[in-house]
Ligand binder design. Structure first.
Ligand SMILES: Nc1ncnc2c1ncn2[C@@H]1O[C@H](COP(=O)(O)OP(=O)(O)OP(=O)(O)O)[C@@H](O)[C@H]1O
Ligand SMILES: [Mg+2]
Length: 237
């Protein structure tokens, strides 16, 4: 079995035209393996969210290759990428991105409904997932009735409910207190412990660094190095 879950090769991505053009990703070579929880760290503005969006296929690249579970996302049509994402990827956004008109259970049901589950089946699974993240008593609340940390946990439940092979998280614990942050990290560690799953987390939160199998450091649109906290080994890119 291929141990590589995600690989980007020489990925370049910029925004804008002419003088206002900014190159954000500069030949990024990134790799995440099956069965690991990889953290991506680096200063604000260095391109972490942009790289996650490229890996999730929500943002196209200007140059380079993006492979997720051997599928070349850079070569697929938009519709194919959308389908691939719906079945394989759970994404926790930096800004939660919950649907304001839907309550918690409806928000968490969305990925299952996209896959064709009936409303009743989807709601059963969504309720169980909300219970797991500690929101069992708030399943009928709408996002504006919840605190930031509670909304974040709904977003986490929505990313995990369809049991995707790749979980991508942008600052999943930023709005959480220590107890709920630890609860979320234990769930994500449980996912990463499975040999056919991969979890990639962007974070500034040093309380959770200890949960990482490896840490990849990014600076100014490039991968600087990756280290393995357990062995102390460092791989320079
Ligand atoms: N859609 C866009 N249009 C123009 N510029 C963008 C766009 N998205 C990102 N950028 C620019 O790309 C750079 C990297 O942004 P990105 O969001 O990837 O950083 P980040 O590392 O996630 O930062 P943070 O830690 O603050 O979340 C920033 O300078 C940002 O202004
Ligand atoms: Mg970001």
């Amino acid at each position: 079995m291929n141990r590589i879950a995600v690989r980007t090769s020489c990925v370049c991505k910029g925004f804008g035209e002419g003088e206002s053009r900014t190159e954000v990703l500069k030949e990024v070579n990134f790799e995440a393996q099956m069965g690991e929880l990889l953290m991506l760290v680096g200063p604000s503005g260095c391109g972490k969210t942009t790289l996650l969006s490229v890996i999730a296929g929500t943002l196209g690249v200007d140059r380079g290759e993006v492979e997720v579970f051997d599928s070349p996302l850079h070569r697929l049509q938009t519709k194919e990428v959308t389908q691939f994402r719906a079945s394989n990827i759970g994404f926790i956004f930096q800004q939660y991105n919950l649907i304001p008109t839907l309550n918690c259970i409806e928000n968490v049901s969305v990925p299952l409904r996209i896959q064709g589950a009936t409303a009743a089946d989807a709601e059963d699974k969504a309720a169980a997932m909300l219970e797991t993240v500690g929101l069992g008593k708030r399943i009928r609340h709408r996002p504006n009735m919840l605190s930031g940390g509670q909304q974040q946990r709904v977003a986490i439940a929505r990313a995990l409910v369809h049991d995707p092979k790749l979980i991508i998280c942008d600052e999943p614990t930023a709005a959480l207190d220590s107890e709920n942050g630890a609860r979320v990290m234990e769930i994500l560690r449980g996912v990463a412990a499975r040999p056919d799953r991969c979890v990639i987390i962007v974070t500034h939160d040093n309380r959770i660094f200890r949960y990482a199998d490896r840490m990849t450091h990014m600076e100014d649109g490039r991968i600087h190095h990756t280290d393995n906290p357990e062995t102390g080994a460092m791989e320079r890119q």
